[in-house]
Design a protein. Structure first.
Length: 197
C-alpha cells in the first residue's frame, strides 16, 4: 500500500471565484474561496489521504500553516506547472499522488474513499467535472503531462489510457463552483446547504 498525497491548488483568496462577481462582492468571494478550501482539506483528511496545499501566495501559506496543513510553494505560473511540481515532490517521497480542485462544494470524505483506496493500491484515477474539466487526477507515475483548461478530462484520459484509470463520477467531484448557476445548484442540495450560512 502506498501513502496517498493529494495536492490542492489554492488561489489567493481575494482572487478566488472571479466569475461570481455578479452575485458576490470581493470579500464574500474571498471568504467563499477560503471555506471551499477548508471543506476540501477536511474531505481529504477524512478519506485517509494527506493534504498538501499548492500555492504561490503568502496569505494562503499562512492560512494552511494555521490549520496544520503542509504547503508546497509553486511559482504561480500555471495550474499545469503547479501540478507537475507536486508530482515531483510527492514521488520523491515514494507516495501516490493526486491533484484535486478546491472548488467542489459538495465534496465529502466518502466521495474520495474509493479513489484514495485505488491510488493506495498503485492504480490511476480520474474524475471529470460537469463542464468537461478535471476535478481529480492521480497515479503513482513519476511524471505526467497535465493539460488543464476547457475539455481537460478527455486530454487527461488519453494521457492515462494505458494505465486504465478508475473514472469516478460522483456528485461531490462532478460539481465545481465556477458560475452563479453552479452556486445556485450547490446551495439547493443538502450537502451544499453550508453555502447559505
Amino acid at each position: 500500500m502506498l501513502d496517498v498525497n493529494i495536492g490542492i491548488p489554492v488561489k489567493p483568496f481575494p482572487a478566488a471565484k472571479g466569475r461570481l462577481a455578479a452575485v458576490l462582492d470581493g470579500p464574500n468571494r474571498a471568504e467563499l474561496g477560503r471555506r471551499l478550501a477548508i471543506r476540501t482539506v477536511k474531505a481529504v483528511v477524512e478519506s485517509g489521504a494527506r493534504a498538501l496545499i499548492l500555492s504561490a501566495d503568502d496569505a494562503v501559506t499562512r492560512w494552511a500553516d494555521s490549520i496544520g496543513v503542509d504547503v508546497l510553494l509553486d511559482e504561480g505560473s500555471s495550474l499545469n506547472r503547479a501540478a507537475e511540481t507536486a508530482v515531483t515532490h510527492i514521488r520523491g517521497n515514494g507516495g501516490a499522488w493526486a491533484i484535486l480542485h478546491a472548488d467542489l462544494p459538495l465534496l465529502t470524505g466518502a466521495d474520495l474513499s474509493r479513489p484514495v483506496s485505488h491510488l493506495a493500491d498503485g492504480g490511476a484515477v480520474l474524475a471529470p467535472s460537469s463542464d468537461g474539466g478535471t476535478s481529480m487526477v492521480g497515479a503513482s507515475l513519476d511524471w505526467m503531462s497535465f493539460a488543464y483548461g476547457a475539455g481537460s478530462f478527455h486530454r487527461h484520459l488519453a494521457t492515462l489510457a494505458r494505465h486504465e484509470p478508475l473514472v469516478v463520477t460522483n456528485r461531490g467531484l462532478l460539481l465545481d463552483l465556477d458560475t452563479p448557476d453552479d452556486l445556485v445548484a450547490a446551495s439547493a442540495t443538502t450537502e451544499g446547504s453550508w453555502l447559505n450560512g
